[in-house]
Design a protein. Structure first.
Length: 197
């Protein structure tokens, strides 16, 4: 069995600067888009183009501005969900925390083999779907009482600078604590891991 020293816990690192920059960018975008649309409609009305084209552009501008305002109001009224502020990978799995404590975990013990005796139990999904190029594995789904494919997501309200390190450490954990699972060789290549980790 691997000792605590050989498998230390790794925690997500947050970039406050990048998080602030992203929030400022989207705030500016949310304000400027409706304003620019209204200005475009104003200049269109003042221009010397055909009246039919003026009406079409003004109607389009009003629809875009109304859509942005509706989205903004819906976002403000939206019930606050649990905000993930920290992610940790340790000897038991990956854990997501909010200010109130642990929100959810994916434990190595929960991981399941491919339900159809497939080639790999842990792999990179190459299909261009919602699991686009993500580390995938199988977990039991209580709602359907089946084994389903899940993608590993590093969740947070802030910009995480060590997401790949967390994924790599999670894979090492699977190698150490779940040697019964078949891991795709592509994962070892992608994350520059040796098969004996």
């Amino acid at each position: 069995m691997v000792s605590e020293d050989q498998f230390p816990a790794i925690e997500s690192k947050i970039s406050k600067g990048w998080t602030l920059a992203v929030k400022i960018f989207f705030s500016i975008f949310a304000v400027l888009t409706p304003l620019m649309t209204i200005l475009m409609a104003w200049f269109t009305v003042a221009s010397k183009i055909q009246i039919e084209l003026k009406i079409l552009i003004v109607a389009l501008a009003i629809l875009v501005a109304a859509g942005f305002i509706w989205l903004l109001i819906a976002r403000i009224k939206e019930k606050p969900s649990t905000k993930i502020i920290r992610t940790t990978v340790d000897r038991t799995g990956i854990h997501y925390y909010s200010n109130q404590g642990l929100v959810k975990s994916i434990r190595y013990s929960q991981l399941m083999p491919h339900p159809g005796n497939g080639k790999y139990d842990v792999f990179i999904h190459l299909d261009q779907t919602d699991t686009n190029m993500d580390l995938c594995f199988y977990l039991p789904d209580d709602a359907s009482d089946k084994v389903v494919i899940k993608a590993l997501s590093i969740e947070a309200e802030s910009v995480i600078t060590n997401g790949n390190s967390l994924r790599k450490h999670f894979i090492k954990g699977i190698v150490f604590f779940r040697p019964d699972l078949k891991i795709s060789p592509g994962i070892f290549d992608l994350y520059k891991l040796k098969k004996d980790a």
